[in-house]
Design a protein around this ligand. Sequence first.
Ligand SMILES: [Cu+2]
Length: 695
Amino acid sequence: MLKHGTSRLVLMGALLFAMAGATWAEEESLILEEITVRGERQQSNEENLTIREVRESPARDIGEALQNVPGLNIVRKGAIANDIVLRGFQRDNLNMFLDGVRIHGGCPSRMDPPSFHFDFAEVESVEVIKGPYDLQNPGSLAGMINAVSKAPAKGPGMATNFSYGSFHYVDASLVGSYGVENMDGLLGYAFKKSDVPKSGDGKRLTDIYPSTSSNRYRPDEMDSRAYETNTVWTKIGYVAGHSRTELSYTYQDAEHVLYPYLLMDADYDRTKRVNLTTTLTELSPVISRINLQVWHNEVEHLMDDTSRVSSLPSMMVTRDYMMQTDASTITTGAKANVAISAGPGEFTGGLDVYRRNWDAKNEAAGWRSYEPQPMIPDVDVENIGAFAEYSLPLGDGFRLKGGARFDHTTVDATDLTDARLASLYQPYVPGSSLDTDTEYNQPSANLQVTWKATDTLEVFAGLASASRTPDPQELYLGLQRMMGKNQVGNPDLDPTRNNQADLGAKWSSGKVFASASIFYSALTDYIYVVDRPDPDGAGPLIAARTYENIDATMYGGELGTQIALPLDLFLKGTLSYVRGENEDTDDPLAEIPPLSGMVSLRYDNGLWFIEATERFADDQNRVDKSLQEEKTPGWGVTDFKAGANWARWSLVGGVNNVFDKYYSTHLSYQRDPFASGVKVPEMGLFAYANLSYRY
Ligand SMILES: [Cu+2]
């Protein structure tokens, strides 16, 4: 059924393509510049989010800000910390970086996905590569998202920003910088908080559980603070000849973050990040660039159910929580890349290593009176990889780019005893002999052709094969319970391989930017959540939720346009679709976003603007019944905003979901192993204003 999507879809498609060929009178503005830049730089398998778009929106994190980018969706778990989904792929099937730095969250329930760990005010833009075309990093199976941080400019600089909105939403930041001939520095601080927002039915996001559920929020916690984060960061740059060296440090503290999606909430999430990079350019006629990078980050995370009814004192609950998980992760890495002019083309190659430790301990009243369990049993992951890529102009507008990568990965669950492996894990994987450590050797490769057919039309075709190793949770998660289901990893998992084909076209004529792409992805050993029955009948074990390798396909496409019309009007539209199929069972894959998109019309004369946006999604009727996934009806919501620029000041105000509609996205309740199973609705009417000053 295509109730919500079809008419809008047809109308929009017709409109966008009718306009794609037209040309209009000259009129300069920031948006026009954006259209031109996108046209010049953005390939059809890439997306870019500018900080202008983020500043004008009340997005609370990078995930929320990326929602309107074609091919991107989020998993909503609460008011903040949304997890990014790209073309139906999520979790470790994607790589998310800041300045190329790999960052992992500490929470086994992904309360703190990678994108949660940096503030907007640090970021200049966000680049997205759709598909397995990133060879410079291990594991970019379905794509790569990289946020690029701001660098200090020459002389004194300052940027401050204050946003206020419904439900006492506050987002404030202050960044000061100073740069001289060969040195520069930057210092920034950002603060965010909000009460629990309400959905279109007037209820708080914490008020979604039935009155019989022990996972419901305690009455006094229902309208407590939804989150509070403080971030402070600094960056120092040093220039000597043709080299630039940057050292940056960030400390982020998130306190009391509520996750109605889950059974627990976060007490805190404390992150430290260090990044040291050196870039050498114009070294010789042959070596055009060398990048050296060393980085380190660590996250400490504590979550419990103290805000829920389940933590109320009882025979069993003798502490102020019924369950608690104390988790930490430390990731350290280095890379060296070089770009060399070789023949008519350019060669890029590099070597990289990283090591991640992840440890999580769970205590629950329901398991041997709070006896700690090694839930993520102190797992060490070590990866070493090398890549080589060559880009070759072929004439007649053709350019060929291809490369390969090889990764060696070892994983060791140091806190998983042979006894626990045999008693808790082995019974769910009969017929294979499990181990507490493993290693993988995985090649990846791709070939891309771009053809500039005319001055305005560019065609892209790509073929790629990439792999990612199972993550520590998928391999070694272990949580034994008295009732319900155990949650266990599968130490026998194989790496997932994605063999993908892409085809795209880009039209850019100064006034018009249009990009269309389709992809087909054949996945072998795709890692998927499954239920296993009780293996020992009357014995101590119960049924379990675990992971297995399946064969799957995903295919779909995106359409994105940005068009300058006469009279300072700008039209923007996107459309995304993906279909996922479990090839082992011929059932739909779970958690696949439905057909969705947005269309917006903006008047912008450079001094002030007004914009109306319609966001919409179709029904999702393709669900995985074996995981009790439910269908989700389609929806459409309307946003308005307006703003003005005056000298160095800018003011933006807006209302999202102006008709206060009650709706939820398809990705807001299902993800396992830890989802509570209730749907977390999207926010109802949300009004906001943002004042910023830049010097
Ligand atoms: Cu957590």
